[in-house]
Write a protein that binds this ligand. Structure first.
Ligand code: FAQ
Length: 311
């Protein structure tokens, strides 16, 4: 009966086995995955906008080709993740509807503007760097389709992170104006990147449950700390500073201490009051409407194909 199913599920999670789409799973486990994976997919799709803003103004053909490849990767990640979410019984129309109506979130980070070319570098280095730190442990997520999606996505994110780092390094070693532009971008993106990891552990509504289910393998604060420790020597190598006067090595903890995060800013962005929330959602809705004819054509083609097979 039901109890045997629940026991089999608990045993599989305890043994670090993967839960697959046809396996029995608790309703809350399914709902938690749909919530997190949909938010993740939406983030990839909305996350195309800040960088796409610079495709027409990339400073060289080489930079333009790299940036276009990166933004296309993000579209691929989004579609890949929507497909993975569909294995849980979610419908893509419903997920998109929830994004467009504000009922499902996307990452706070994509509500900040890309003011200069250096922002493309800062996003690659810091935003993709934070994404990798968060997503490498998700490769061991208990839900098979999500874990497997993460393996490929992390490989591509590594390339994204490297391109951002290399771009910032070129600017940092360039003219004084280029160096200043790189520093300004890092100054603006540093704190929002730390917020990507989510609220502090004692305010994280879902962490305990998600960690027990082995969806999340580490807490928000653990991963945030890991990211800070990774970034400090990289900033030094870049010849750039991180905008935090309290940032220093703590010998006893074996980690860097860092200053307080402005959680009020985070909450405001989640409430829809970040600098670009309206622009991002408006542009997304518009792209969806403009793509209606593609969906209609694909559906008509699929229907014709089915008729041929069965008729
Ligand atoms: N922004 O209880 P927790 C990328 C929400 S990387 C907005 O701690 P949880 C790559 C959270 O949903 C970015 N909302 O939640 C790229 C929950 O609200 P709910 C995407 C946030 O799930 C790079 C509430 O706060 N990555 O796209 C944020 O246990 C460059 C309470 O929080 C992922 O989504 C936030 N920063 O932990 C693309 C990774 N933080 O749902 C383009 C997968 C928290 O109850 C360009 N997700 N919230 O209404 C996760 O690992 C987790 O969902 C966390 C949050 C860690 C984000």
């Amino acid at each position: 009966g039901a109890e045997a199913y629940a026991e089999a599920f608990d045993a599989a999670v305890a043994a670090d086995e993967r839960i697959e789409p046809r396996d029995w799973m608790p309703g809350d486990y399914r709902a938690t995955l749909v919530r997190q994976m949909a938010q993740h997919a939406h983030s990839e799709i909305i996350g195309m906008q800040p960088e796409a803003n610079w495709i027409t103004r990339a400073p060289s053909l080489r930079r333009k080709a790299i940036l276009m490849a990166k933004v296309q990767d993000e579209a691929g990640h989004g579609l890949y993740l929507y497909s993975a979410t569909e294995t849980l019984g979610a419908s893509r129309d419903d997920l998109l509807d929830k994004l467009h109506s504000g009922r499902q979130k996307y990452s706070s980070i994509f509500n900040y503007p890309t003011l200069t070319w250096a922002d493309v570098g800062a996003i690659g280095w810091l935003v993709d760097g934070a994404a990798i730190t968060n997503q490498v442990p998700l490769c061991r997520c208990s839900y098979g389709p999500y874990a497997r999606a993460m393996v490929r996505i992390c490989k591509e994110e590594s390339f994204h992170q490297r391109q951002g780092y290399e771009l910032l390094l070129a600017l940092s070693r360039g003219t004084d104006a280029q160096h200043a532009m790189a520093q300004d971008a890092v100054d603006r993106w540093w704190w929002p990147s730390l917020m990507m990891f989510g609220p502090p552990d004692d305010e994280s509504a879902h962490s305990a449950r998600s960690m027990a289910w082995k969806i999340k393998r580490h807490s928000n604060d653990e991963l945030r700390q890991r990211f800070v420790d990774i970034c400090v020597p990289q900033a030094e190598a870049l010849g750039l500073t991180l905008p935090d006067p309290d940032l220093r090595w703590n010998e006893e903890r074996g980690h860097h201490d860092f200053g307080p995060i402005d959680w009020e800013e985070f909450r405001e962005v989640l409430r829809g009051n970040g600098p670009c929330n309206d622009q991002r959602i408006t542009q997304r809705r518009q792209a969806h409407e403009e793509g209606a004819w593609v969906r209609e054509a694909a559906a008509a083609y699929a229907a014709k194909h089915t008729d041929r097979l069965h008729g």
